[in-house]
Write a protein that binds this ligand. Structure first.
Ligand code: ATP
Ligand code: MG
Length: 586
């Protein structure tokens, strides 16, 4: 590729909505252009990177025995009704009507369509196992699209779906995909961690996320530095921090706490550790055809509610929401900042009952703690279970792990870091095959449900994640495997020097012939401008050819990653470039 024939359009400034480095550099280097919120055009430069990621994904998927097909972006609503997700999915699912008023969706994922294919195509156990995948555009009407193509509304995903005769087979398919993912993310050149994860709206019972370690990551990953335990914080088990509940020390007393509304200010006001306070959170569930239910959750002052864990408790699977101020006042007769569990009653439809209380494991073993007094500007100190309030209705792990919590192995403590989820593998079981009745005839001739797994990779998100992990103040530093070009040959004085033109073309042609992805910068720009542009774009290796070097019989080779510079004889330049490239690990 000649730069004069390519579309390069770099800028000095990034748009204001580009909050993070990868988004800024993708915009500044001209990889993507915004069309609408969360919707981007992949420009020639960006598409080169995306295609390289896709090629690695495709090759590893094929090598793992998966079969590529391509399913439509537009899918009929009927299949989504059949699976139940037409109702469940919520506003992220973009629904459209055709000219006849029939409902369709833009696919956010393809479980329904692939299961429909499987039920039509697969009749016998002899056709199993099989794993189908595609690399296709997805649409999710994200609540908060941001970070460019890392959390876009339209994006590219590789999604694979395995079908097996039994659970053991499905587990083997899962393992094969898990291993393929390790290879894919290593080849792309990412630092990542595979973590146990929640199964979310896709459903199923076992899953791992592949998380790229980065400070801007939206996920929190909990890991044990001394074992291979790693889990998304949504799932990570938070232990009870108090082995046994101690006897009360103080009598309960009411303290005047003017203006104090949070546990932090309460702890400061009373000169107590935050860990002696307990916050009360009210959530509402709305069972069908029944009055709403309100629940008081108790979490230690220095802890946070984990909504995913709460959502798995009995009665909460239907979904829940935080109560608003009016609801708290109406049901409990107290304001949120003064709410507490002692003597709390719940008024509904004229009847008064004790409030339903759910305590976190740690809170359930506390003694002499501080809570709201259900009276504005007052709190209760020295509160103790059984003496001052009855045992909670339910005691469960409903908080997030915090740094320093004991590791499940019992050895050492847990650490937390941020991650960008780039891949996700799920064991689905028969969730979709049951809903869509995807059966096959087993060895005994009896119909059986197919055991399924599904496996996603955010192709476009990988591009952003790679930049987050590898950049400096001047721009992107691509791993060789996914760089838009592996080498740039910068010809200084192209227009006026025959010698430069000849030498540059000679090297360029040899590299092209050898399959190196090289671009020749023949645009005749000033060296400073040219170098800055290629540093922003992040090409791993730059070869500079100019009259001054040629007079010494030398080219200059510069590594983008560390600025390492080599002067090589013109005759050796070709082999040296190949050697430098081959030394790169990814
Ligand atoms: P997230 O929690 O980040 O929303 P998810 O759990 O919804 O992700 P999956 O349904 O498992 O994601 O999708 C598979 C992969 O697709 C994810 O691992 C991620 O890499 C990618 N992906 C998901 N949503 C987006 C998005 N809005 N933009 C770009 N890539 C995405
Ligand atoms: Mg999502």
């Amino acid at each position: 590729m000649r730069a004069s024939a390519f579309h390069l359009s770099t800028t000095k400034e990034a748009p204001n909505d580009a909050e993070i480095i990868s988004h800024q550099y993708m915009m500044r280097s001209g990889m993507i252009r915004k069309l609408a919120g969360g919707i981007y055009s992949y420009m020639p430069l960006g598409l080169r990177v995306i295609r390289k990621v896709e090629a690695i994904v495709r090759q590893e998927m094929n090598d793992a025995g998966a079969l590529e097909l391509l399913m439509p972006v537009v899918q009929p609503a009927e299949l989504w009704v059949e699976s139940g997700r037409w109702e469940q999915y919520g506003p992220e699912l973009l629904r459209v009507k055709d000219r006849n008023g029939r409902d369709f969706v833009l696919q956010p994922t393809s479980e329904e369509v692939i299961t429909d294919i499987a039920r039509n195509e697969i009749q016998s156990w002899r056709q199993l196992p099989v794993n189908f995948y595609h690399i296709q555009t997805k649409f999710r009407d994200e609540r908060r699209p941001r970070f460019g193509i890392m959390r876009g509304r339209e994006f590219t995903m590789k999604d694979a779906y395995s079908f097996d005769r039994n659970i053991a087979g499905a587990q083997e398919s899962y393992r094969i995909m898990f291993d393929a993912y390790q290879r894919i993310f290593s080849r792309v050149g990412l630092m990542f961690r595979a973590v146990s994860a929640d199964t979310g709206s896709i459903g199923g019972s076992q899953s791992h996320e592949f998380q790229v370690i980065a400070d801007i990551g939206e996920d929190l990953i909990v890991y044990d530095p001394n074992s291979d335990y790693a889990a998304n914080i949504e799932l990570a088990v938070a232990p009870c921090l108090i082995a046994q509940r101690a006897e009360p020390v103080h009598t309960m007393n009411k303290v005047h706490t003017p203006g104090v509304k949070t546990c932090e200010s309460l702890a400061t006001f009373l000169s107590l550790p935050l860990s002696q306070t307990v916050k009360s959170i009210v959530v509402v569930t709305e069972p069908a055809d029944q009055p709403v239910e309100v629940h008081l959750l108790m979490i230690r002052g220095d802890h946070e509610l984990n909504e995913v864990k709460l959502g798995k408790l009995p009665g909460f699977e239907i979904g829940f929401r935080l109560a608003n101020e009016d609801e708290i006042l109406n049901h409990f007769g107290a304001t949120p900042g003064s709410l507490g569990p002692v003597g709390l009653t719940h008024k509904q439809a004229g009847a008064t009952q004790p409030a339903r209380i759910i305590a976190d494991l740690t809170v359930a073993n506390m003694h002499d703690f501080v809570v709201g007094a259900n009276e504005t500007d007052f709190h209760l100190q020295g509160v103790n279970w059984l003496r001052d309030l009855p045992e909670a209705n339910l005691i469960a792990d409903i908080r997030n792990v915090v740094e320093g919590d004991q590791a499940p192995s019992g050895k050492g403590t847990l650490s937390i870091q941020r991650g960008i989820e780039v891949g996700h593998v799920f064991y689905l079981g028969t969730k979709y095959s049951k809903a869509l009745n995807a059966t096959f005839l087993d060895e005994t001739g009896k119909p059986a449900l197919m055991e399924m797994g599904c496996y996603g990779i955010g192709v476009t998100r990988i591009v952003g994640a790679a930049i987050e992990q590898s950049h400096d103040a001047r721009g992107i530093i691509w791993p060789r495997a996914i760089a838009p070009f592996e080498v740039v040959v910068c010809a200084l004085g192209w227009g006026k020097s025959e010698a430069v033109r000849e030498a540059s073309l000679a090297l360029y042609n040899r590299l092209v012939a050898d399959g190196v992805d090289v671009i020749l910068d023949d645009r005749d720009q000033r060296p400073g401008v040219m170098f800055a542009e290629w540093e922003l774009i992040g090409v791993p290796l730059r070869v500079t050819i100019g009259d001054r070097g040629l007079a010494q019989g030398q080219f200059e080779i510069v590594h983008r990653a560390n600025g390492e510079t080599l002067l090589v004889n013109t005759d050796d330049a070709y082999t040296q470039v190949l050697e430098e490239l081959n030394q790169m690990t990814a």
